[in-house]
Design a protein around this ligand. Structure first.
Ligand code: PEP
Ligand code: MN
Length: 337
């Protein structure tokens, strides 16, 4: 932390501030210049987090040196964390493919699609039983019945199940059926939910909020790790921007940036990011090229009848083609899929 004082700061002000800093176990190193006094503070500056330094009328500026997150930072753990759930491995050389419908609509449907995506090369099945819909009148998911269908699909295929949990009250229930708990974009700053999944023993697929910057996103992820769960995958799924041809603006910058900032593996979701089936494959390939560790893709065998997100769901045959193309790009960037 570097504290810059205003020219009017008196010797008494400086002493007062230094005493406060020392009380917190930190050491101030006062540097008196011609125009300004600057105080670099040595020690864990997070101790100063709850001190409103800017409330001192003689303080002009406060500059943080450390990132506002700790456990998620690459600094704290140089090697990428590998997240494992059954056959799903995210964070190693092999790019993982998570695929399935937006929503679970019935047992036969999810078992059929699970078999199809497995055959094409997926290692995990996605499918929402609790759906966070923009409108309260849209399909809200089958709830526990949907979780049972997902368990049946896992039984039939051996695929790991990834499904969303919306509510702190459902974390235990969803964790009983799921291999991975998905926390959706709309809940990125639902800190109570983050604490709850942080206490669960299930890995978490944690999506970036619709309007969240990466600092806010990593601080939110810190909540999950701070409760003891480090099996967390981050997921870029597009953000709000000026552009509205696509459902969202796919922020692929986030992939290399997050890789520098955090040890957590990075997933991308080209389905929610683009909102259109024909844009999913090119943006999947772009994701692989820029370093994503996994893709999560919506696949439906009757997109026109899907209860949610049919317009961005691809057919199983198209998914099989996508997997082949992903393998080619993966090879070109020194990975496998
Ligand atoms: C989804 O995966 O279907 C979903 C609702 O995702 P997001 O939270 O990214 O909108
Ligand atoms: Mn969806």
């Amino acid at each position: 932390m570097i504290i810059v004082l205003k020219p009017k700061a008196t010797e008494k002000d400086i002493q007062r501030l230094c005493t406060r800093i020392k009380e917190l176990g930190l050491s101030p190193h006062v540097s008196r210049g011609k125009e300004r006094t600057v105080i670099p503070v040595i020690g864990d500056e997070r101790k100063l987090e709850n001190v409103a330094l800017m409330s001192y009328p003689f303080v002009e500026k406060v500059m943080a040196v450390l990132a506002p997150f700790k456990l998620v930072s690459r600094e704290s753990r140089p090697r990428t964390t590998v997240v494992r759930a059954r056959g799903l491995v995210v964070g190693e050389k092999k790019i993982a493919l998570i695929a399935g419908p937006c929503s679970v609509e019935g047992e036969a449907m999810i078992v059929r699609i699970a078999k199809a995506v497995k055959k094409a090369g997926a290692t995990a099945l996605r499918g929402g039983a609790f759906k966070p819909r923009t409108s309260p009148y849209s399909f809200q998911g089958l709830g526990e019945e949907g979780l049972r269908h997902l368990a049946a699909a896992r039984q039939a295929t051996g695929l790991a199940v990834v499904t969303e949990v919306l509510d702190t009250r459902d974390v235990e229930l969803v964790a009983r059926y799921a291999d991975v708990l998905q926390v959706g974009a709309r809940n990125m700053q639902n800190f109570e939910l983050l604490k709850e999944v942080g206490m669960s023993r299930r890995p978490v697929l944690f999506k970036r909020g619709i309007s969240a910057n990466l600092k806010e996103y990593l601080q939110a992820a810190e909540y999950i790790l701070s409760r003891g769960n480090d099996q967390v995958m981050l997921c870029e799924r597009g953000v709000r921007s000026v552009e509205d041809y696509a459902r969202n603006t796919f922020d692929l910058n986030a992939v290399p940036i997050l890789k520098e900032l955090t040890h957590l593996p990075i997933v991308t979701d080209p389905s929610q990011a683009t909102g259109k089936y024909s844009w999913v494959e090119p943006m999947s390939l772009a994701s692989v090229a820029c370093g994503a560790d996994a893709l999560i893709i919506e696949v439906h065998d009757r997109p026109e009848a899907a209860k949610s997100d049919g317009e961005q769901s691809i057919l199983p045959a198209r998914f099989a083609r996508l997997v082949r193309a992903v393998r080619r790009v993966a090879r070109a960037v020194g990975r496998t899929a």
